[in-house]
Design a protein around this ligand. Structure first.
Ligand code: URP
Ligand code: ZN
Ligand code: ZN
Length: 538
């Protein structure tokens, strides 16, 4: 986004009468109210203080990825300005009591598809409803995938700028590469140098639409390396998936279980291993999105053992669900679990959790891409037509806490690392995001470990009419969410304003690129080539 556009968004937010929106947890209805225009918001059943430019969070345990401490947090104009015990303030400051609570960086979801055009339809959560849901669940930033429009990255970027203009929390973009030519190569440079994109995604599946072949993947990886941008892959062998789907249909398996059977873990492992080897050949870092199987995870583990820079992102569905529901006799129940790679049979989830707790996998996404039952029904006679995708943007923080921290697999500091800090580091926006430090953006949650949550599609904030986590209960609850200094979630009530979210440009050459050129130099010097030959007499 151009600076001028960022400024005009900001001015718009400050100067125009603010349409503040209250979403009560007991209702799906959006209630639009006209605000005061002073940066605060009014309305809802329990009005919040009008001025939130100064905020003190008192008496909590502040948790960063590197340590936890008893401290107060003082915020001015959306930025953290002090983190220390016993901060004293005047009456003009809004005070939040966090006694007995953890005060943590808001979650960052590295993998979402809001307002995405996919499989002949459009995901139901847009940049407002998806983000509102995120904030209710303690996530304060996400990174979404921009698709090119008519082959142009710039047109795609502009289309997503429009989609995101209704944002109510901060966001960044990855860019998808779907074909290769000189103009794509040039536009990649523009995206990195002028538009704040530092990652490009390559789909190795979805033959006939998004899928790229190895030649495009290789060229793309080389270009990513030269620009200091991270190459990301959806790793499944798309040709083999195509063949697997045909086999299922020929055998009369047309229901959602055919989705899982047509794309087994070996196809995910093959593509993961292939992408890893190509990245090693190019000597550039690689990020594998939605790692769903032991098989793919083991490819990543093997590569990391050799020192290769490979990041593995499990998603919450892969960590906490299994494939059993795909065999449900009710089509709609089964179809809501269709995503790619598929949710695997029980055992993969536990292994992915273990990999996350031991550092083999590094951060948790959601792949939030929601479709209503009516959209899922497009595939009633053929699983290949069921739009792929599940929810998770609202549920991720609670489910990761309950599954990983409550079970004793990880510490509270690890929780912050895998839900927030590591994402900020990988995409080179740390410590602006992902930390509670002086100078960081005030994206903060107050989390009560002694409270509890329950997931219900009738009370969630996503627009979708189903929820793959329906009925799940657990310990821990995000009681307050603060987005750049504004209290947006408190007392189970959302106060969010469209247009208040900011685009966060992400600079290239993050830490994963450190030392790359030394490895290149070492490789070249090991060649013992070219050999300077003398011409022998023949
Ligand atoms: O099923 C999924 N994962 N839908 C979203 C698109 C993708 O592959 O990430
Ligand atoms: Zn994918
Ligand atoms: Zn995805």
């Amino acid at each position: 986004m151009a600076i001028s556009q960022i400024i005009s968004l900001f001015l718009l937010h400050l100067l125009l009468p603010l349409a503040s929106i209250s979403l009560s947890q007991s209702s799906h209805q959006l209630i639009c109210e006209v605000g005061t225009g002073n940066g605060g918001s009014i309305g809802g059943t329990s009005p919040l203080p009008a001025s939130l430019s100064k905020l003190l969070i008192k008496g909590g345990t502040v948790v960063n990825a590197h340590r936890q401490e008893r401290a107060d947090v003082y915020v001015e104009d959306g930025i953290i300005v002090a983190v220390k015990p016993n901060i004293k303030v005047g009456d003009e400051v809004t005070v939040l009591d966090a006694t007995g609570r953890y005060v943590m960086p808001g979650g960052i979801d590295p993998h979402t598809h809001l307002d995405a055009e996919f499989m002949g339809t459009v995901a139901v959560d847009d940049f407002f409803s998806g983000q509102a849901a995120a904030l209710a669940g303690g996530t304060t930033m996400h990174i979404d995938f921009v698709h090119p429009v008519n082959g142009s990255l710039m047109s795609g970027f502009e289309a997503y700028e429009k989609k995101a203009s209704k944002s109510c929390m901060d966001y960044g973009f990855h860019m998808v590469i779907r074909h290769w030519d000189e103009s794509v190569s040039k536009e990649m440079e523009i995206m990195v140098k002028e538009k704040g994109i530092n990652s490009f995604k390559f789909f190795m599946a979805y033959k006939g639409t998004f899928m790229v072949d190895d030649a495009v993947l290789l060229r793309g990886m080389k270009r990513c390396k030269s620009l200091g941008a991270l190459a990301m892959v959806h790793a499944e062998n798309g040709d083999a998936v195509f063949e697997g789907q045909k086999r299922m249909i020929e055998r009369g398996i047309t229901g959602p279980e055919g989705h899982a059977l047509s794309r087994p873990p070996m196809l995910e492992a093959e593509a993961t291993g292939r992408a890893i080897r190509l990245a090693s050949f190019v000597n550039t870092p690689l990020y594998v999105v939605h790692v769903m199987s032991i098989d793919a995870m083991e490819e990543i583990a093997k590569a990391r053992k050799t020192g290769q820079k490979v990041i593995g992102e499990p998603v919450v569905s892969g960590l906490v669900l299994d494939d059993s529901k795909l065999w449900d006799p009710d089509f709609i129940t089964a179809a809501k679990y269709v995503m790619s790679p598929p949710i695997r049979e029980s055992g993969h989830n536990k292994a992915l959790q273990a990999a996350l707790s031991t550092g083999v996998l590094q951060l948790v996404g959601t792949d939030h891409c929601t479709f209503n039952s009516s959209q899922k029904a497009f595939g009633i006679d053929d699983f290949r037509k069921i739009p792929n995708g599940v929810n998770g943007i609202e549920e991720r923080m609670h489910l990761v806490w309950d599954t990983m921290v409550e079970s004793g697999q990880i510490s509270v500091t690890d929780f912050v690392r895998i839900t927030s800090t590591e994402c900020a580091r990988i995409f080179n926006i740390y410590p602006r995001k992902g930390a509670i430090l002086v100078g960081s953006d005030a994206d903060i949650i107050i989390f009560n470990p002694n409270s509890s949550f329950e997931i219900n599609p009738r009370s969630h904030h996503s627009r979708t009419n189903t929820n793959v986590y329906e009925g799940r209960k657990g310990k821990g609850k995000v009681e307050v969410t603060i987005s750049r200094g504004r209290i947006v979630w408190k007392d189970d009530e959302l106060k969010v304003a469209p247009g208040s979210g900011k685009y966060i440009p992400m600079p290239p050459f993050g830490f994963l690129f450190d030392g790359i050129e030394k490895i290149d130099a070492k490789l070249v010097s090991s060649f013992k080539a070219p050999v300077h030959r003398f011409k022998s007499d023949v």
